[in-house]
Design a protein around this ligand. Structure first.
Ligand SMILES: [Zn+2]
Length: 96
């Protein structure tokens, strides 16, 4: 399994599935590239299947909708993150 979503939280609503296209992100091996992209700054709106890594500021992309409680893996900096809801927004926190 290459999707960064490692531990999906069970929830009542089914998750949407997303087609991921090549992003040109070249800091990880080719077959993982579509799961990451560069963040373009504060005006860059994240999709429902995306999370920003607070460590390396790379956008992590899953083929599924992300939710609070999910655990994702950031390959570029090798961080394990947990998604937390803050002010109605999903924020990724590093798991130590
Ligand atoms: Zn990272």
């Amino acid at each position: 399994m290459t999707d960064p979503l490692e531990k999906p939280t069970p929830g009542p609503r089914p998750r949407e599935t997303f087609e991921l296209e090549e992003t040109g992100f070249n800091e990880v091996p080719k077959r993982f590239r579509r799961f990451y992209r560069r963040w373009r700054g504060p005006g860059d709106k994240l999709g429902p299947n995306e999370a920003l890594c607070p460590v390396c500021k790379v956008v992590i992309r899953s083929t599924k909708t992300l939710r609070a409680g999910d655990r994702v893996y950031c390959m570029p900096c090798m961080s394990r993150l947990e998604l937390v809801e803050e002010d109605g927004m999903l924020v990724a926190k590093v798991i130590y």
